[in-house]
Design a binder for this molecule. Structure first.
Ligand SMILES: [Zn+2]
Length: 60
């Protein structure tokens, strides 16, 4: 590997991938357990939707 690795600051859940990622599917957010809230605030992982897009297939 050469050069720096670019990371998206707001992407905190390592399981979360962009919606246009192949072989990805919607799953219940593990941080907020699908409630969309953590400690009374909007869940940062799912943006309050209670769901996250995660890879499918177990290849990771
Ligand atoms: Zn969440």
């Amino acid at each position: 590997m050469t050069g720096p690795i670019h990371q998206t600051p707001e992407q905190q859940n390592t399981d979360t991938v962009p919606e246009d990622t192949p072989f990805a599917a919607e799953n219940t957010c593990r941080r907020c357990k699908g409630t969309g809230k953590v400690d009374g605030n909007r869940c940062p992982d799912c943006q309050g939707s209670g769901k996250v897009i995660t890879p499918v297939g177990g290849a990771g």
